[in-house]
Design a protein. Structure first.
Length: 503
């Protein structure tokens, strides 16, 4: 609120400061997806730029970026006429400085938002204009060029021309493979192309592409790289099953077992790191408490010396100033009473801090226990697959084919479930940010577990799936649902899922 008031006082606030305030508001409201407030501050920023016109490239660059942001905000609310109008204003400014990269990027954005509103024909025309603009430019942005072509590939996918779409994505990958900065796009496009190969039964190409994507993925240990590798191993198993590479499947199973062991070791290392951090934190707290106690002891010692000197003086002149001695005695009693109250409050503060540390430690330990339990379940599943494959190997050919087909079906179902759980866990908080904010505002009495369960119900998860994600018993999920109904005062005849969707 102080920044808002400051931004409104144009006479008192320098232009650059006011610009940064509005720009930070735009960024903040964009991050929390509040499009209405974001647009309000974009308009304020444009008004500020109009008041401080400068004939410089940086000023026009700021202006055209603000126009592009304003157009995007209208696109989000499906006001296409307003969006296109402000995009065209921004392009006119860019033409004055021959900023072809900005023009191509703006045309690409216009096509992207138009496609999101299911007008693929108009979107394709914007993508083509963006490509033409880049081809006519002396500058060239390879990442932007391939992004535009990726949107064109989506157009062909939408039209059912998968061959043309696959060709474009293949060319994009060949174009960007030598470029290290394009790693994330290569992984995303590679997975899109890999799904196309599998759907089109081009398993040899799929097998080669899996090797390329694995080489692109960073060897640095992180939860993201583990997730990417896990997804690739699952697709690798599907491809090898179609190619009937039984020996290779066995090797991949062994590799998957090693992968799970490495993942478990990675989690152990994270546990150790967090434990070390907690230990360091407790050590620092203990040192601070000791230092505080030492200061208090020194203060008490100095205070005692002062009191002793004072009492000596009082003893010397006690006969002459009996009245002052009585007043001093009362003052001493008051000080001691205050010290006792302070000591009691200090002890209470220390007790609360220790309880807080103990609660946080228990909470983190519970989270790590869940992660370790999930890793153990995955390891048990891997061992089960190895035993199953070994038993199939000993069967006759006809029986082995039947068992292998059943195993493949079970693998697909299991892989789909794990992938669904992984995606749900990863995206739940991000996708439900606005929902959790509204839920917390309206029903602050809900616990963290009850709020998370509401988020899963909102994503149409059943009790068994919620139990699997939260690693609890299905009966516990039913109890959670009942407590939620009670706290939100829901009528027995009302549907909990429909109620949560209305929040």
């Amino acid at each position: 609120m102080k920044a808002e008031n400051l931004a409104n006082k144009d006479k008192d606030v320098p232009y650059e400061t006011n610009f940064l305030i509005q720009y930070n508001y735009i960024w903040a409201f964009g991050a929390i997806q509040n499009n209405e407030l974001k647009r309000t501050h974009i308009l304020k920023l444009i008004a500020l730029l109009d008041q401080h016109k400068e004939d410089t490239p940086s000023h026009f660059h700021r202006y055209q970026n603000a126009l592009g942001d304003l157009a995007a905000s209208f696109h989000i609310t499906a006001d296409l006429d307003s969006a296109i109008k402000y995009y065209e204003y921004a392009i006119l400014l860019a033409l004055e400085f021959k900023d072809t990269i900005y023009i191509a990027s703006t045309l690409n954005n216009m096509g992207y938002y138009t496609a999101n509103n299911d007008n693929w024909t108009l979107a394709k025309s914007y993508f083509d204009k963006a490509i033409q603009t880049l081809n006519q430019s002396s500058k060239h942005d390879s990442i932007l060029y391939c992004s535009i072509r990726d949107n064109i590939a989506d157009y062909f996918f939408n039209k059912g021309d998968s061959a043309q779409a696959i060709r474009i994505v293949e060319e994009n990958m060949q174009y960007l493979l030598p470029k290290k900065e394009s790693k994330e796009k290569l992984i995303r496009w590679g997975n899109k192309l890999l799904d196309c190969y599998i759907n089109n039964h081009e398993y040899q190409k799929a097998d080669s592409l899996i090797s390329i994507i694995q080489n692109i993925i960073s060897k640095e240990e992180s939860s993201v790289s583990y997730g990417q590798n896990k997804q690739l191993i699952g697709k690798k198993m599907i491809v090898l099953q179609q190619l009937n590479e039984l020996e290779e499947i066995k090797r991949i199973q062994e590799k998957y077992t090693l992968f799970l062991e490495n993942y478990s070791a990675f989690l152990d290392q994270q546990n150790k790191t967090l434990s070390d951090l907690l230990l360091d934190y407790k050590t620092s707290i203990t040192k601070e408490e000791m230092a505080l106690a030492k200061q208090e002891a020194e203060y008490a010692k100095k205070n005692a010396l002062r009191n002793r000197a004072f009492l000596i003086v009082i003893a010397v002149i006690s006969i002459l100033i009996i009245v002052l001695l009585v007043l001093n005695y009362k003052r001493k009693i008051a000080l001691e009473h205050r010290d006792n109250e302070l000591n009691i409050k200090q002890l209470e503060i220390e007790r609360l801090e220790k309880n807080k540390i103990r609660f946080e430690l228990n909470h983190k330990t519970k989270d790590f226990s869940k992660l370790l339990m999930q890793s153990t379940l995955q390891e048990d599943w891997s061992k089960y697959l190895i035993d199953k494959l070994q038993s199939i190997k000993r069967l006759k050919e006809e029986n082995a084919k039947i068992e292998l087909r059943d195993l493949i079906l079970e693998l697909k179902q299991k892989a789909g479930m794990y992938e669904k759980i992984h995606e749900m866990q990863k995206g739940m908080e991000k996708s439900n940010t606005r929902f959790f904010f509204a839920l917390d505002s309206r029903y602050p009495s809900l616990t963290k577990a009850e709020k998370e369960t509401c988020g899963l119900i909102r994503m149409n998860m059943q009790s068994k799936e919620i139990a699997l994600i939260r690693n609890i018993d299905p009966s516990s999920v039913r109890k959670l649902r009942q407590r939620i109904r009670t706290k939100v005062s829901l009528d027995p005849n009302e549907d909990l899922y429909q109620f949560i969707q209305s929040i």
